[in-house]
Design a protein around this ligand. Structure first.
Ligand code: SF4
Ligand code: SF4
Length: 354
């Protein structure tokens, strides 16, 4: 099974949109090993995602988990996969090489040109120069790494510039998501500007496509690939089924935004998973009532319980922000897909149908 290990609730950064309550609570070795055992207890493969706070504050635990799980994989014959989301400030060559050996997927949380708008070290110093250096080191040793940008309303004017900057730096996969939660306040004006920035981004992807360069900018490209494959974007959310967070204390929840909400606790690494509760949760209707008759119902991530909960306080209720954003993405992605197909249908299918 797949677990997201919150190795610590602490972080060396202080981002204005951060939804995590920071406190100096770290996972113990006992919880770590129990979590690894749990990951190997079900299914044909074990998956760990190292997460925080900032997971590299607990590098020692990551090294221990990798050694333990690799040995367990040999012993059981089960596959072991791992990934990590990090703010990157504590990356170093030794760690990257160990991660590479473990075939770890690294997502570098980096907002590009918008980095210094919202993301500071604890104490207030800007982070962009440090993260840029670490990004270069990461790309040199693991060029397949992904940049993960979170865009708050005040960072929207830097959206396209950030996409281009991350691409110029060497990232071939970037993920751009909007900042949600009660620390951000989106206005109509922000969304109008976001549309302009997304259109500039679509033109840039087209420019690269003409130059035969493949660039995976997830917000737009996923809408294109899902459409070609006939995948239902609304089925992306699998609360507690595909990936379960583990808190530093060893408690299990359906998703990060549910952590600490006792009725949603799905067990502990010591007692195991409460399967009855997981089954109950999986019965949740995947389509919010307001979306049932919408033409875009299968192309929209309306069922993301985590985003819905952050925006509306209810995992089954989509916010007007999410609805407007999804409509905008689908419209721009469809126009882009149409243009790319006209330019070169064979290459279009080669790039986006797999
Ligand atoms: S790096 Fe991540 S965990 Fe740390 S403050 Fe920023 S958003 Fe929060
Ligand atoms: S576009 Fe809006 S109404 Fe339509 S499925 Fe998405 S969230 Fe629901």
């Amino acid at each position: 099974m797949n677990l997201t290990l919150h190795l610590t609730d602490n972080c060396n950064m202080d981002c204005s949109y951060c939804i995590r309550e920071k406190c100096p609570k770290d996972m113990t070795e006992e919880v770590l090993y129990k979590a690894c055992d749990l990951a190997f207890s079900k299914g044909q493969r074990a998956g760990l995602c190292f997460f925080g706070g900032e997971p590299l504050l607990k590098k020692d635990l990551i090294y221990k988990a990798l050694d333990y799980c690799e040995a367990k994989s040999k012993e059981t014959g089960m596959r072991f996969d791992c990934k990590m989301t990090t703010n990157g400030t504590l990356l170093d060559e030794e760690f990257i090489l160990r991660a590479k050996k473990a075939k770890m997927g690294i997502g570098l949380s980096f907002d590009g040109k918008a980095q210094d708008v919202c993301r500071f070290f604890v104490g207030g110093k800007p982070t962009s120069a440090v993260v840029e250096e670490k990004a270069k080191l990461l790309l040199k040793l693991m060029p397949e790494s992904t940049a993960l940008a979170t865009i708050a309303p005040q960072a929207v004017p830097y959206y396209f510039e950030s996409v281009k900057y991350l691409h110029d730096l060497g990232f071939r996969k970037v993920s751009f998501v909007l900042a949600y939660g009660n620390k951000v306040n989106w206005t109509e004006e922000d969304l109008k500007l976001l549309r302009v920035e997304l259109e500039k981004t679509a033109d840039y992807i087209k420019e690269l496509f003409i130059k035969k360069e493949r660039f995976f900018m997830s917000a737009l490209i996923v809408k294109i690939t899902d459409c070609i494959k006939g995948a239902n974007s609304a089925e992306r959310c699998h609360l507690g089924v595909r990936q379960m967070p583990v808190t530093p204390d060893g408690d299990l929840y359906p998703c990060t935004s549910f952590i600490g909400d006792e009725p949603y606790k799905l067990g502990t690494v010591f007692e195991g998973v409460n399967d009855a509760k997981v089954i109950e949760l999986s019965k949740r209707s995947s389509t919010p009532e307001t979306c049932v008759n919408c033409d875009l119902v299968k192309r929209c991530t309306n069922s993301c319980g985590c985003a819905n909960r952050m925006n509306t306080g209810d995992e089954n209720k989509v916010s007007p922000l999410q609805c407007t954003y999804e409509r905008m993405l689908i419209e721009i992605a469809d126009a882009l897909g149409e243009e790319l197909y006209q330019i070169d249908p064979v290459r279009f299918m080669e790039y986006y149908s797999k």
